[in-house]
Design a protein around this ligand. Structure first.
Ligand code: NDP
Length: 258
């Protein structure tokens, strides 16, 4: 199955930490002879360079890694993304729409407008704009087109919780968008894949509580969250199936959460 990655170009948003970083490493490890082009994107370019160095250190120089600064919440930045890539990296085969954030836990009436906007602009509009950016490349391929769009949603999009109304709404929107797009592209070889993680311990876990690590840790009291690698393995699994196999909709829990 890993052979199916050979020579592909993979774009990952939010590759500077957590699930995105692990996914980059997992793709690099999985590709035979590490023949793979990886475009790592996020806002923190200096951290992307560290991730790129980490990948090269672990798997060698075979994999071509390109760190690119990209704020997916900016439509202009997303519009300029593909034209700004070196030509050798523009023939994208896989887009992992992973960039996402949560701003605090608060009751709906007290959520700041700024926080509402940034969550929707990043988690929803950013993901849609990135998808629109790669689709012309995918559609130019034979038989209606080919390529993988892998959207990272969340259990929060299926099981809303008190204090998370906006974040949950963004992730429900990701799920609806993913399912609609899959139906629109049904006659093509373009696969639209949804991966919805349960609790995963990442930077995200602390940011959610405005940096209060004690509160963040309390969420996991008595239970073991997933690691970012657990989700990365599922993403790479989906991308390495036979072309006729779409891992359409996957919910990944730690066992205590199921
Ligand atoms: P992290 O906070 O570790 O990583 C989030 C990544 O998104 C970072 O690389 C960050 O990079 C990037 N990012 C945030 N905003 C933007 C932006 N505007 N433009 C580009 N990149 C951005 O969190 P996770 O790895 O946990 O989160 C990854 C995805 O998984 C998210 O979509 C999240 O909603 C989802 N998820 C996480 C769960 C969890 O429990 N951790 C559970 C379910 C889903 P930078 O700051 O450099 O831009």
């Amino acid at each position: 199955a890993a052979k199916r990655l050979e020579g592909k170009t993979i774009v990952i948003t939010g590759a500077s930490s957590g699930i995105g970083r692990s996914t980059a490493l997992e793709f690099a490890r999985t590709a035979p002879n590490n023949k793979l082009k990886l475009v790592l994107t996020a806002r923190r370019i200096e951290v992307l360079h560290e991730v790129a160095a980490e990948i090269r250190k672990e798997v060698g120089e075979g994999v071509e890694v390109l760190p690119v600064q990209l704020d997916v919440s900016s439509p202009d930045a997303v519009r300029g993304f593909i034209p700004g890539l070196p030509e050798a990296f523009r023939d994208i085969n896989v887009l992992v729409n992973n960039a996402g954030l949560v701003k605090g836990v608060a009751q709906a009436p007290s959520i700041a407008e700024e926080d509402i906007n940034i969550m929707f602009q990043t988690n929803v509009t950013g993901l849609i704009n990135m998808t629109q950016a790669v689709l012309p490349i995918f559609k130019a391929r034979p038989d209606g087109g080919a390529g993988d769009i892998i959207n990272i949603g969340s259990i929060a999009g299926r099981e809303p919780y008190a204090g998370g109304s906006i974040y949950c709404a963004t992730k429900a929107a990701v799920r609806s968008f993913t399912d609609s797009l899959r139906k629109e592209l049904v006659a093509t070889r373009i696969r639209v894949i949804g991966v919805d993680p349960g609790q995963v311990e990442t930077e995200f876990s602390v940011v959610r509580f405005y940096g209060d690590k004690a509160k963040a840790d309390a969420v996991y009291a008595g239970c073991e969250p997933l690691t970012p690698d657990d989700i990365a393995e599922v993403i790479v699994f989906a991308a390495t199936r036979r072309e006729n196999v779409v891992v359409a909709d996957t919910l990944v829990y730690p066992s205590h959460q199921a």
